[in-house]
Ligand binder design. Structure first.
Ligand code: MCN
Ligand code: FES
Ligand code: FES
Length: 904
């Protein structure tokens, strides 16, 4: 042990610590300052940034032995507090810098170090600083963070006051459509939000810490599991294996379609007979400390017989491939698409025919917060599981039978989440902490390190797509044909639904009358397929939007004008045969056209043989909801000092709190209450009704409508005959109920049939994307210099939130286009190796143009937004690379070596 006298946030402290411990662990665990977050834990993300003796450092990489006697340490807690925000913290809230907020303390500390050095930086200097110091954010696309630093610097220089920077409530008190900062922003920017790992630091004594024994191969038969040696290790309370699981020991994938050849019960909680993928959990060590649990996990002996591992769909589809789940064929689901006439004769007679083959990679989510959860028995003896779940009621149904718990004895709670982007549409560790709590009867906690987080959570499923368009002499597409293969990894959950997404979105946006094709879902031994923002559509649009450019080229037509000719117009229907609810594309393209023409001119002017510049276009569409008559429920209750809104609008970081507050405030406008009078109660199956998962960009529409419905009922009950409203006391005195259940069902929707025909969603989001790129012809490296999106997401609830959603989604699209992948289990195991974009990889120049067509079925005209910006920005980038260089990249990511090979 070492002793140090340090000054921590201006206060003298004596610290006694293990010299090998990290400063991050000591600050968080021993000193209780959990504002400093641990993301990657390996110096790549900056979540743990602190300032020591005037220098910005990564506390996860700083061992206590390197902390000098008398060191002066500044953490986020020393920068400002919720009632005394530093200008940077205020600016972060005003610019929407904290979405999930997990990166915010690290960024703010980093920005403080920059402004201490240079109080008048340029935007480029701010970007350089974040790049150099490796401050990573997965939510915001960086631009709002640069905006925040620039405005904070103005306050610190005395050019504007903090009051001038702060959000001003409009005179009419209405917050709908404004930049009202989300309610959780202040806690996020001050480091006072407790995420899962912070809550674990604050669990009661006696909590057991868990470590997993995981498979290091991708496919094997389990011959034996020997825990004897591990049980004797220090601090071990129990080693849990499949034998300890009381229930079915399976997580059900809740198969969506009866034609699925599997039954959905294919994912073990703890492996019993087989290992299906790298990282599969085989046993759980429960011990007094995390270190003891991890040491003991090393001593569990698992004897395996390795089986051939099928690491991609074609390998698992080969004739000689064995069944990964014996009894279920590796191709376990097929989805036909058939609209209009047979396409064969139409292709033969078409004036123009183009075809191409495309592959979209296994995109990793790369949230800043690694997966985390804990479990205990509550005061009603309910097994209570806290996690990052963005579908608490859904996950309840998926894990209950596997655990062997009575449904009413299982409770799921969502912790504040540091981003999920859909990976938490799947249960991850919920059932693991659940079985450990049942087996030990104690509170238990489990944190994945970043390696586990990458290798043992779901990924975007790769699609292999063959696509063909037949067009008439003017370029109007008359027929589309094509098959797609979905590599869904070993677990079937939602694999059939994802395959259907191909049928819904390949070619979406265009009124193509005749379509044929077949999608196949394939079981493999690579990472299991989980949801990822825009689920199934980036795969679909890579094919249909790049092929559109190929058609334009073949015809000698401008790609934007060819799109203009083909986009939905009255009388057209979508690939599923549904009439669009609005026809905004022509107006959207009209808005983009002058900018596009200008961009083309600029690219031509600035292009040199060393740096070739180009412009690419794509369109994107996505549905808001789960297929068919999706529904949501909330409770609205009048309380003495306002209104309580109880919902399970789970928060990934997108802004569920703001969404709920903004919608509720708008619905309650007749009561003229201020936003602070609306109390939000969220995300606990014991308290909140089933609002459905935060997937499919559904909550603003589904839960938004349910909130509106509940508020209307309350207002009706409060209304007096003279048109004024009863007070709380008057309601109580007259014995009028105070609590109303708001519900909404998309009853106008029908799920798709066996030909993928139907009206699956009531509301869609529409986007037109334009990427401007420069390709270095020596290295093959592509830089996106500017990005423009025209978005129709209906009426906007919160402008700050939707701007943030769009910036962040586009940044993920640029990563998808150029760098991100999870293929090589040895290489793709860190943020940098997985290709996470840092500040300088994303343009500072991102323009958003809104077309707000009101939606009949959206609350106050709103559609969703979350997934729109990741539907097809990558296709615009791929098209721009072609425009710049003539190199057509059909398999992403467009790594420099691929582009270079094309150039040669
Ligand atoms: N909104 C609005 N006006 C509109 C539409 C939406 O102000 N016209 C706001 C909503 O109030 C909400 C946000 O935009 O705060 C997103 O709303 P919506 O599109 O309905 O999506 P959900 O709330 O259902 O969120 C899920 C969606 C999905 S599916 C993924 S994946 C996702 C996403 O949102 N993951 C995210 N955004 C994310 N953002 C962050 N920072 N982190 C993630 O993991
Ligand atoms: Fe320290 Fe990522 S750099 S947690
Ligand atoms: Fe930066 Fe979520 S706000 S990672």
């Amino acid at each position: 042990m070492i002793k140090r006298n340090v000054t921590l946030n201006g206060v003298n402290k004596i610290v006694v610590a293990d010299p090998e411990a990290s400063l991050a662990d000591v600050v968080r665990g021993q000193l209780g300052l959990t504002g400093t977050k641990i993301g990657c834990g390996t110096g790549q993300c900056g979540s743990c940034s602190v300032i020591m003796d005037g220098k910005l450092i990564k506390s996860c990489m700083t061992k206590m032995k390197r902390v000098q006697e008398g060191a002066n340490i500044l953490t986020i807690e020393g920068i400002g507090t919720p009632d005394n925000l530093h200008a940077l913290q205020l600016s972060w809230t005003v610019h929407g810098g904290a979405q999930c907020g997990f990166c915010s303390p690290g960024f703010i500390v980093s920005a403080k170090a920059l402004l201490d050095e240079n109080l008048n930086p340029t935007r480029e200097q701010v970007r350089d600083w974040f790049q150099k110091n490796r401050n990573a954010c997965r939510c915001t696309g960086y631009k709002p963070l640069v905006d925040a630093v620039m405005d904070a610097a103005k306050v610190l220089r005395g050019e504007i006051t903090a009051a001038e920077l702060a959000f001003q409530l409009p005179a009419d008190g209405r917050i709908w459509g404004t930049n009202y900062p989300r309610p959780s922003a202040v806690a996020k920017v001050t480091g006072t939000t407790d995420y899962g790992a912070d809550l674990i630091c604050k669990m009661p004594p006696g909590t057991l810490h868990l470590a997993l024994v995981q498979a290091k191969v991708s496919h094997a038969k389990i011959l034996s599991i020997d825990t004897a040696e591990a049980e004797k290790m220090p601090g071990v309370a129990k080693i849990v294996t499949h034998k300890d699981v009381k229930g079915k020991n399976r997580i059900t994938g809740l198969i969506t379609f009866p034609t699925n050849k599997g039954d959905g019960w294919d994912r073990p909680i703890l492996c019993d007979e087989k290992v299906f993928q790298f990282g599969d959990a085989i046993a759980i060590v429960c011990a007094d400390t995390e270190a003891n649990a991890k040491a003991a996990a090393e001593k569990v002996n698992v004897l395996l017989e390795e089986l051939p591992a099928y690491m991609s769909a074609p390998a698992a589809m080969a004739d000689d491939a064995i069944e990964i789940h014996p009894g279920t064929p590796n191709i376990y689901y097929e989805q036909k698409r058939a609209k209009g006439q047979d396409t064969k004769p139409l292709m033969e007679s078409a004036a123009y025919v183009v075809e191409g083959e495309y592959y979209l990679q296994r995109q990793p989510h790369l949230t800043m917060e690694p997966d985390v959860g804990f479990a205990y028995f509550d005061e009603e003896s309910r097994l209570t599981i806290h996690s990052k779940s963005i579908g608490i009621h859904l996950h309840h149904a998926m894990i209950c039978a596997g655990l062997g718990t009575e449904p009413e004895k299982l409770r799921l709670v969502q912790n504040p989440a540091g981003g999920t982007f859909g990976y938490k549409f799947s249960p991850t560790m919920e059932a693991l902490v659940g079985v450990a709590a049942i087996a030990t009867g104690k509170p238990v906690a489990l944190k994945y390190d970043y390696y586990q987080h990458i290798t043992y959570t779901g990924k975007r499923s790769p699609f292999f797509i063959k696509l063909k368009y037949g067009a008439d002499k003017d370029g109007k597409i008359v027929a589309m044909e094509g098959d797609w293969i979905v590599d869904h990894g070993p677990y079937s959950e939602f694999g059939d639904l994802l395959t259907l997404r191909g049928a819904q979105f390949i070619g979406a946006g265009y009124g193509i009358p005749n379509i044929r094709g077949l999608g196949q879902t394939v079981c493999t031994n690579h990472a299991w397929g989980s949801a990822f923002r825009a689920y199934g559509s980036p795969q679909s649009f890579l094919a249909s939007e790049c092929l559109m450019d190929e058609l334009a080229e073949k015809m000698g037509k401008d790609p934007l004008e060819l799109r203009y000719l083909n986009v939905y117009r009255p009388g057209d229907t979508s690939p599923t045969g549904q009439a669009p609810e609005v026809y905004s594309f022509p107006e959207m393209i009209d808005k983009l056209r002058p900018l596009y023409q200008e961009a083309l001119k600029k690219a031509k002017m600035e292009s040199t043989p060393e740096k070739k510049k180009g412009v690419g276009i794509s369109i994107g569409v996505y549905g808001c909801g789960l297929d068919g008559p999706d529904s949501s429920e909330v409770t609205v209750e009048l309380i003495p000092n306002g209104v309580k809104l109880i919902s399970a609008w789970e928060d990934h970081g997108q802004g569920a709190d703001m969404g709920a507050l903004g919608t509720c405030h708008e619905a309650l406008r007749p009561l003229a209450i201020t936003p602070d009078k609306i109390q939000l109660v969220m995300n606990d199956t014991a308290i909140t009704p089933n609002s459905g998962p935060s997937g499919g960009s559904r909550q603003q529409v589904m839960t938004g409508n349910a909130i509106k419905n509940g508020c209307e009922m309350l207002i009706n009950a409060m209304r007096k005959s003279d048109g004024s409203y009863r007070t709380y006391d008057e309601m109580v005195a007259e014995n009028i109920p105070l609590k109303y259940s708001g519900k909404w069902t998309a009853s106008m929707c029908t799920p798709c049939d066996e030909n993928a025909q139907g009206s699956p969603f009531a509301v869609y989001m529409y986007g037109v994307f334009m990427a401007e790129v420069a390709v270095d012809t020596k290295t093959g490296k592509t830089q996106v210099e500017k990005f423009t999106i025209v978005a129709d997401i209906g009426k906007i609830n919160n402008r700050l939130v939707v701007d943030g959603q769009i910036y962040g989604g586009i940044a993920q699209g640029i990563g998808l286009a150029l760098s991100e992948d999870f293929e090589d289990l040895k290489k793709h195991t860190s943020l940098i190796n997985c290709g996470l974009p840092f500040a300088k990889d994303i343009p500072d120049n991102i323009d958003i143009i809104y077309v707000e067509s009101p939606r009949e079925h959206g609350p106050f005209g709103a559609a969703g937004v979350g997934e729109l910006p990741l539907t097809s920005p990558h296709a615009a980038v791929a098209n721009a690379i072609y425009n710049a260089t003539g190199v057509r990249i059909r398999s992403l990511p467009a790594l420099p070596e691929k582009v270079l090979a094309g150039l040669k």
